[in-house]
Design a protein around this ligand. Structure first.
Ligand code: COA
Length: 159
């Protein structure tokens, strides 16, 4: 059964939950500082979406809409979603949480780009993602994968 995906709000409780995730870094720290310094309002919307099990945040991802002006991946160039920081806490993996988050992103009906972590390749293949062929100047260590709605879009050809 699909799990309920919620848009996460920036507050001290959410940021405390974020500390349990491996990919806790600069973005979360600067959200924390902005909240402490009142630069952002308590409970303002964040780019993160997540799934709770009871009171506990057990899965999350960050989703940004990228303007088609900057599109290097799709033909024709268009707005797409950048999906990153997808992570499910260890005790909750393999129970459909990751799938539910990816399905939520797909509902927007626009292409999606992500960077697969090592060892998660098979998961992304199951989700219908494929390696980006165009972005040859990718930074070392990046592994861009893309998904697009059937029939609407194709990958930009490698010139
Ligand atoms: N390798 C291979 N297959 C994987 C996988 C992985 N790392 N993670 C999930 N799958 C498979 C599942 O077995 C399932 O297959 P099925 O449909 O045939 O049953 C399918 O992908 C969907 O799985 P789901 O339960 O939705 O995945 P998830 O909730 O565990 O989310 C990740 C997937 C990768 C986001 C999550 O496991 C995660 O955050 N992992 C931690 C980081 C990581 O990449 N770990 C890799 C192992 S060290």
């Amino acid at each position: 059964m699909a799990k309920k995906v919620e848009r996460l709000h920036v507050n001290f409780k959410t940021l405390e939950e974020f500390k349990k995730f491996r990919e806790f870094g600069h973005q979360e720290l600067s959200m924390m500082e902005d909240l402490q310094d009142n630069l952002i309002e308590n409970d303002s919307e964040s780019p993160f979406y997540g799934i709770y099990f009871g009171e506990k945040l057990v899965a999350r991802m960050s989703l940004y809409r990228v303007n088609g002006k900057y599109d290097r991946y799709f033909n024709p160039p268009q707005d797409y979603l950048e999906l990153w920081k997808l992570e499910v806490l260890p005790d909750y993996q393999d129970q459909g949480y990751g799938t539910s988050l990816v399905q939520f992103a797909k509902q927007y009906g626009v292409p999606i780009k992500t960077n697969a972590r090592i060892k998660s390749q098979e998961f992304w293949e199951k989700m219908g993602f494929q390696p980006a062929t165009y972005d040859m100047e990718r930074d070392k260590g990046e592994n861009p994968l893309i998904w697009f709605p059937e029939g609407v879009t194709e990958q930009k050809a490698n010139s």
